[in-house]
Design a protein around this ligand. Structure first.
Ligand code: ARG
Length: 586
């Protein structure tokens, strides 16, 4: 189905062309002033400028051409030459009927591209923090959105598993357990069972990192251990494998609880073997050079506004860096799927890093034609305006956060007198769904680059622009459809809108494809989150104005039931793209 705005633009553009004016000036958008019309075209002003004429005169000529068009009920001019348009109710009814019958609910699929979304980015042995939560939520949503739009999408978690923290852990364990077999030179054998659990690692890592800060000698040991690990020392590799395995097991649990899934569980380490040949290639192409004992790729370009340090491939001790593994990962992805685009959903404070990586990758032509994009996001702050911490001042662990959100949701559900008659297990599950929706919607309804304040009490409210409000609206429609079915009232053919509230609702429903397109273009789930909130609000006004179940005209009632069922489908679709489930009842 073509989008409504595109169709309207085509109609108005044709009028412009007939008048010898540039077609692109006939672009139609949603009206800024709903009282003047549903849609507007502002092309008469630039057209007048080009033609040296009066804009009002041009607008009048365009309006004359549009008069009587079957899709339009009203065409008028406001101010200096704004052209306002109203769709005819007949056109509205035809369009919404097509949406109701469309599997994709009025959203056309785009041409398929191969896309890798790199998101999550947790670090082995380190607890995930709210920054990682944002990466997971935004990345998962973009993955779903792009998939629905028609792309083939691979989600890759890109674990941080190859840097200094690994050497720090090894050095710390060597200090605590010098007798373990992993620390002897040689090939083992090494135990199959991990001597450290994820809980051990969560204690060990802060110990090791604290010791590195206090003790330069320890830090030096950790550096050497990192380089030796990367070079392949068998005992270190065996120990590292344990770190990796216990961490991934926990991460799968944590992400699973969030409804976030990855196609690839690749880490930095997975591309280690690609690094040496890649570096050879970079050298052969004359792109890598020695600098203070390190090997680097200069990436500064003429006209750079800020300083652009070179990307470091090898440090002087032979260890590889964050940029090295990111470059080799591009080589790997090219070999595996030849992506049209790689989208990195990572904290925007890593902008410089990605600029270095992208420049080096383009210079070396590591994956010809691939678009590299850093879809950066802002910081989550506490109600005090500072980066979000727990009450104790530490970083908030994901599991704790989900528990807190579930508890807050349960309290709010109770307070609102909802879910009273549900069995205990269903009530608990509803609280979980509502808690997650609260956190996810609060995050995704902000433009991703904007910092926001983590205010759980506000997020779990059933009123206002919140996830629970949207879920509640979905639950109400489900219950309406159940009641109708009980009364043997069946959905039927869609009719022309009978009330202003119904017309507004239908108009909004017809804009889903535009919201989806904006979300896709901007890599911004907030575009569809906003749309969903407006949908719920429009439905709520319609529902208050039009009493569906008590309507005596059977055809009218049937039309309203179809409309309500279609609202629910659209809401379910969009909430699913945001990772939010609608409970059956509440
Ligand atoms: N592990 C990194 C961090 O915690 C994020 C990784 C992001 N992805 C990437 N390809 N560099 O900051």
């Amino acid at each position: 189905m073509p989008s409504l705005l595109n169709d309207l633009s085509d109609i108005v553009s044709a009028a412009f062309t007939e008048l010898g004016l540039p077609a692109e000036l006939g672009r139609v958008g949603v009206s800024q002033r709903a009282e003047l019309g549903q849609f507007q075209c502002n092309g008469a002003m630039p057209a007048a400028k080009q033609a040296g004429k009066n804009p009002r005169e041009i607008a009048e000529q365009v309006v004359a051409k549009l008069a009587g068009h079957p899709m339009l009920a009203k065409v008028s001019i406001a101010g200096p030459g704004f052209i306002n348009l109203d769709l005819s109710d007949k056109a509205l009814a035809e369009r919404i009927a097509a949406v109701a019958a469309d599997e994709r609910l009025g959203v056309p699929a785009k041409d398929k591209e191969m896309v890798v979304v790199d998101y999550g980015g947790p670090n082995v042995a380190k607890a995930m923090h709210v920054g990682h939560l944002r990466a997971a939520l935004i990345g998962e949503s973009l993955k779903r959105l792009m998939r629905f739009s028609g792309d083939e999408v691979v989600g890759d978690v890109h674990l941080g598993d190859w840097g200094l923290p690994m050497g720090q852990l090894i050095a710390e364990l060597e200090l605590q357990h010098p007798d373990w077999p992993y620390f002897a030179e040689g090939n083992g054998p090494f135990p199959a069972e991990s001597p450290v659990s994820i809980e051990d690692l969560e204690v060990l890592y802060p110990q090791a990192s604290g010791r590195s800060k206090e003790d330069p000698e320890f830090l030096e040991k950790a550096r050497r251990a990192t380089a030796a690990l990367q070079a392949g020392r068998p005992g270190y590799r065996a120990l590292w494998q344990h770190f990796f395995d216990v961490s991934v097991a926990r991460l799968k649990q944590d992400y699973g609880a969030l409804g976030v899934t990855f196609d690839w569980w690749q880490g930095e380490a997975a591309v280690n073997d690609l690094i040496a040949p890649m570096v050879d290639e970079l050298k052969a192409k004359g792109l890598a050079e020695e600098s203070d004992g390190a090997l680097v790729v200069p990436v500064a370009e003429e006209g750079d506004k800020k300083e652009m340090p070179p990307l470091i491939l090898y440090k002087s001790d032979g260890a590889v860096m964050y940029g090295t593994t990111d470059l080799a990962t591009i080589v790997d992805r090219q070999a595996k799927v030849k992506p049209n685009a790689i989208i990195y959903v990572v904290d925007q404070r890593q902008g410089l890093h990605f600029e270095q990586v992208f420049r080096a990758a383009r210079k070396a032509d590591l994956s010809p034609g691939t678009l590299y994009e850093h879809a950066g996001f802002g910081t989550v702050n506490g109600t005090d305006g500072k980066p979000f911490k727990t009450r104790a001042g530490g970083v908030m662990k994901l599991g704790d956060l989900i528990r807190m959100a579930t508890e807050a949701a349960a309290a709010r559900i109770e307070e609102a007198g909802l879910a009273k008659d549900l069995p205990e297990a269903e009530r608990a599950d509803t609280a979980r769904q509502v808690g997650l929706a609260a956190v996810k919607f609060a995050d995704l309804s902000n433009w991703r680059a904007t910092n926001y304040i983590f205010d759980l009490d506000r997020f779990v409210r059933f009123e206002g622009k919140t996830g629970p409000y949207l879920q509640y609206m979905g639950v109400r429609i489900k219950s309406l459809l159940r009641k109708a079915a009980d009364q043997q009232a069946l959905p039927g053919a869609l009719m022309e809108p009978a009330a202003a509230e119904e017309r507004d609702l239908v108009l909004h429903m017809l804009r889903l494809s535009d919201a989806m397109e904006r979300a896709y273009e901007r890599r911004g789930p907030n575009e569809i989150a906003d749309w969903a909130y407006e949908l719920a609000a429009a439905f709520s006004r319609f529902y208050a104005a039009c009493h569906i179940l008590s309507e005596s005209d059977g055809a009218r009632r049937a039309s309203w039931l179809t409309l309500s069922a279609t609202v629910l489908k659209q809401l379910e679709l969009v909430l699913d793209l945001l990772g939010i489930e609608i409970p059956e009842r509440m």
